[in-house]
Design a protein around this ligand. Structure first.
Ligand SMILES: *Cc1c(COP(=O)(O)O)cnc(C)c1O
Length: 345
């Protein structure tokens, strides 16, 4: 047995599947694919893949070939697509893989065309990140390429009123008519709620699966990740004493602290200093002072009793924690680090 860890990440795979069904149902006739890049947004790509595939998901997206190679064996009808495409020195790995590249540049297209194999293609419609320009895509470059899925990616999907959404949709629809592909795919999590004309044949859902953002109808999604950490020491601080590095918290009254084995090395952002919290029973215990690398103190003066060795539930509501930390929900999840005992249920 490996030595115990003092922080726990609990991943509710049933909640993950519930969230996937919300997007699948909202996407109408479109198939519902899952982005499990960056180790399933920090929560475990293998576990996410197995749960989603068991629920009926047949399209998985990773960013790197190494991420595709690290997945467990999946049923033969599951498609894994690599969003970065295949660079020249990745061709051997790509050809040895069951996954397919999402080709993103003219050079990638020219190299892949030689293989005669099927692929996906990304076209840029306004994000100006990866993807072929419309001119390149319509230049004859794609002639003879066997395209399974034609993709584009939205820049502002989480802002339904942003005019770039309709611009990108219109550009993509025009390209989709002219480029032969089995399927077309535009919407990420935020894109599904923009309306049926954003759904095309396949959606690529990421953050929403893991409980971030909102459901397509604006309601809340199920929380997937919970974190808890062990209380290493209780300490009573007299009024006027400071707490932690930089002495940024000064006790206004006799204060009881729980010093917990969780820090910014665990993705508990330093910007949660004096702004994060833990939940003890029904009460809230705010962070007192700076979050350090391995340790954070919580003010439990008004909370029900806690003992050394207890596990504290750390507030990790994604929207609230992102706000408190000044980070995106994506950063909170993908930054969680490697010191958690990971529990899947
Ligand atoms: C990461 C990613 C997604 C998933 O986006 P979410 O906003 O997390 O739903 C979809 N498509 C592409 C191309 C991506 O890179």
């Amino acid at each position: 047995m490996s030595p115990p860890l003092s922080a726990r990440l609990t991943v509710d795979t049933a909640a993950l599947v519930r969230n996937w069904r919300v997007f699948r149902d909202a996407g109408g006739a479109a198939e519902c694919g899952a982005a499990i890049k960056a180790d399933g947004y920090g929560l475990g790509a293998a576990e996410a893949a197995l749960a989603l595939v068991a629920a009926g998901c047949r399209d998985l997206f990773v960013a790197h070939w190494a991420e595709a190679a690290a997945l467990p064996t999946l049923p033969g009808d599951v498609r894994v697509a690599v969003l970065h495409g295949a660079c020249a020195d990745e061709m051997p790995a790509a050809l040895a893989s069951r996954a397919v590249p999402v080709l993103v540049s003219p050079a990638q297209v020219r190299a892949w065309r030689e293989t005669g194999r099927a692929c996906d293609v990304m076209v840029d419609t306004g994000l100006n990140r990866l993807g072929l320009s419309a001119d390149d895509a319509l230049s004859g470059l794609l002639d003879g390429l066997q395209i399974d899925t034609l993709h584009s990616h939205l820049a502002c999907a989480e802002d339904a009123t942003h005019p770039l959404n309709q611009t990108q949709r219109a550009r993509f629809a025009t390209l989709a008519k002219q480029i032969p592909a089995r399927r077309c795919s535009l919407a990420n999590s935020g894109g599904v709620g923009l309306g049926a004309d954003f759904h095309f044949d396949l959606t690529r859902i990421g953050i929403g699966l893991y409980g971030g953002g909102v459901a397509p109808d604006g309601t809340r999604l199920s929380a997937v990740a919970r974190i808890s950490a062990r209380v290493l020491q209780l300490r009573d601080v007299p009024a006027g004493d400071s707490v932690g590095y930089g002495a940024t918290f000064v006790a206004r009254r006799p204060t009881r602290l729980a010093v917990v084995a969780l820090g910014y090395a665990d993705g508990y952002a330093r910007s949660l200093s004096n702004s994060g919290s833990a939940r003890i029973g029904g009460s809230v215990a705010p962070v007192a002072g700076r979050v350090a690398m391995d340790l954070t103190a919580f003010d439990i003066t008004d909370a029900p009793p806690v003992a050394e060795g207890d596990w504290l539930d750390i507030e990790f509501d994604l929207a609230a924690t992102a706000r408190a930390a000044g980070r995106s929900e994506y950063e909170l999840l993908t930054g969680l680090g490697h010191r958690y005992a990971r529990i899947y249920r």
